[in-house]
Design a protein around this ligand. Structure first.
Ligand SMILES: [Zn+2]
Ligand SMILES: [Zn+2]
Length: 260
């Protein structure tokens, strides 16, 4: 089952043709999308757009780049939104040291707050981690994130780090950069148990090789499934079935039947 476990479909780049774009996705066999709302702005924009669509679920949280927004009031907003019946995860949250969008101590405080919220709400976590693998694993362990598990989204680290995350009951999610000749994560992709791998696009970002430089859409996961299948030497259909099952299990979702 084709499930895009991480997308930002509220972004203005979809304003012109959002409905048509989504229709093309459903027609191509996509069964579900998890829309990630990760700061005040995307929470305000994302929920009204998609909460009526039975094929779209939500993750809600505070991104490390939004960590300077983290205070009691924002935490209360995220917590309130997390009770929405279509919210299936807390995040994305974590560390981003690639650029200094938010102060590092604020990133850590915000990340801890999100893990505690996920444990209170008994929801899995969506982790965003860039250039911060040790700190990410340290905070996950210190805050007992293994109690809820979740997914390491846009995974860009090595196999050893992936296996450590799996020990904490996390899945590993690959975006369309697995289709890039120079950044395909082949060793990690081939070294993981198939029942821990998820597919995502992070749309509108990270388009597959086929449409590099353009806007990505959830259909991009088909490219990723093919690339992952080639790296593991199995049929693409097997990757699609396994990753779909993994997503349903982790997020507790049951997508409606696809188009006839
Ligand atoms: Zn992210
Ligand atoms: Zn994202």
């Amino acid at each position: 089952m084709l499930i895009d476990t991480h997308a930002h479909l509220d972004f203005p780049g979809f304003d012109e043709d959002r409905e048509q774009m989504l229709e093309r996705c459903w027609q191509s066999g996509l069964r579900a999308v998890i829309q990630v709302c990760f700061n005040r702005q995307t929470i305000a924009r994302g929920f009204p757009l998609f909460e009526e669509d039975p094929r779209i679920w939500f993750a809600v949280g505070l991104h490390p780049q939004a960590a300077d927004e983290y205070d009691e009031e924002t935490l209360a907003l995220v917590e309130e939104k997390s009770t929405h019946p279509r919210v299936v995860a807390i995040g994305e949250c974590g560390f981003d040291r690639f650029r200094d969008y938010a102060k590092v101590p604020n990133q850590e405080a915000c990340f801890r707050g999100m893990i505690r919220l996920a444990r209170r709400r008994k929801l899995p976590l969506v982790i965003h981690s860039r250039d911060a693998k040790e700190d990410t694993l340290r905070v996950l362990r210190e805050e007992h994130a293994e109690e809820v598990g979740g997914v390491m989204h846009c995974f860009s680290y090595d196999l050893e780090t992936a296996l450590e995350a799996i020990e904490l009951d996390f899945c590993i999610s690959f975006p369309c950069f697995v289709t890039y000749p120079k950044r395909n994560q082949a060793e990690v992709v081939a070294g993981l148990p198939l029942d821990r791998i998820l597919l995502e696009t992070d749309s509108p970002f990270i388009p597959p090789q086929r449409i590099r430089g353009k806007r990505n859409a959830p259909t991009g996961i088909i490219d990723s499934a093919e690339a992952i299948a080639a790296m593991r030497g199995i049929p693409a259909e097997e990757v699609i079935q396994a990753t779909g099952r993994n997503a349903c299990r982790l997020f507790g979702i049951a997508p409606p039947e696809g188009p006839a």
